[in-house]
Design a protein around this ligand. Structure first.
Ligand SMILES: Cc1cc2nc3c(=O)[nH]c(=O)nc-3n(C[C@H](O)[C@H](O)[C@H](O)COP(=O)(O)OP(=O)(O)OC[C@H]3O[C@@H](n4cnc5c(N)ncnc54)[C@H](O)[C@@H]3O)c2cc1C
Length: 248
């Protein structure tokens, strides 16, 4: 095992330094790493909770923060009503608590780097988290890669990172944002009022200066199937469509 692999497999204690409400169901938890690591936008960490009786629960969470600043990482966690781990971060965790974490993990859902071909990002709900790390990284590194983000959310107030994304849309060259609201009419000129479908994905891809070189799709299983098929219909090769599935 190389040193880097051993470090990735090692659990470390991290202090929660801030908790921020992103939407009614999503909170960002900012963690100070005791052992810093380099990561690529798109990667995730494993989080482990251990009860006093030794019962352990482990879940994966994508890193939302820009890798250029990696002492504190941001996880954005959606509360699942009948969930085991996600409600802990909403109802129990406090600033100053420590939790166990290991990473960075994941070797396929990775920002492509210095390629100049446009990148199409498609996410639903908390599936925007690794895409957010990519957009933030692209902004911080000033890489001239055109990016379009198509983000599905039930309502306007449930759009994660909404204000930051709207600011990026105003200020970043070659960044296109399209929201697909499934439970209320869209008010923003470039948005849609329906679930994501192949026609919508084609319309958003056409807002890029040239056809995308790759696509990243993240969300629930059902969402990823539909969005990845739509990306395939654009003419992208299957290997150029990277998917991350969060569960049911
Ligand atoms: C690589 C990776 C990265 C991830 N990144 C994030 C992230 O950035 N933010 C985030 O909020 N989650 C993320 N997840 C999902 C996360 O790991 C947990 O599955 C999620 O928080 C639910 O855990 P829980 O213990 O609360 O619910 P559980 O007790 O595990 O599940 C409760 C119920 O909800 C169902 N369920 C599980 N996951 C989902 C889901 N995503 N949507 C709907 N129903 C579900 C289960 O089938 C079960 O019925 C990621 C998953 C993976 C594999």
């Amino acid at each position: 095992m190389t040193e880097a692999m051993a470090a990735t497999a090692r659990w470390q204690s991290c202090a929660i330094v801030e908790i921020a409400t992103r939407t009614p169901a999503i909170k960002s938890v900012f963690l100070r790493l005791s052992e810093t690591f380099d990561y690529t936008a798109g990667q995730h960490v494993d989080v482990r909770l251990i009860a006093p009786n030794g019962y352990t629960a482990m879940r994966s969470y994508s890193i939302a923060s820009d890798p250029s600043d990696s002492k504190v990482i941001e996880l954005a966690i959606e509360r699942l009503v009948d969930g085991e781990v996600s409600p802990f971060f909403h109802d129990v965790a406090q600033v100053g608590d420590t939790i166990e974490l290991r990473g960075p993990l994941g070797g396929h859902f990775l920002w492509p780097g210095a390629s100049n071909r446009p990148v199409l990002l498609i996410g639903a709900g908390s599936g925007v988290v690794p895409l957010m790390a990519m957009i933030r990284y692209r902004k911080a590194s000033a890489e001239p890669v055109p990016v379009a983000l198509l983000l599905s959310s039930r309502t306007w107030r449930e759009v994660p990172f909404r204000n930051e994304l709207l600011e990026f849309e105003r200020s970043l060259p070659d960044f296109a944002l399209a929201l697909a609201l499934t439970r209320e009419p869209a008010t923003h000129r470039t948005d849609f009022s329906r679930r994501i479908d192949a026609r919508m994905v084609a319309e958003v891809a056409a807002r890029l200066p040239e056809s995308p070189g790759c696509a990243f799709v993240c969300g629930s299983n059902a969402f990823v199937d539909i969005a990845a098929d739509a990306a395939l219909a654009l003419g992208l090769e299957a290997g150029a469509i990277k998917t991350e599935r969060y569960g049911a």
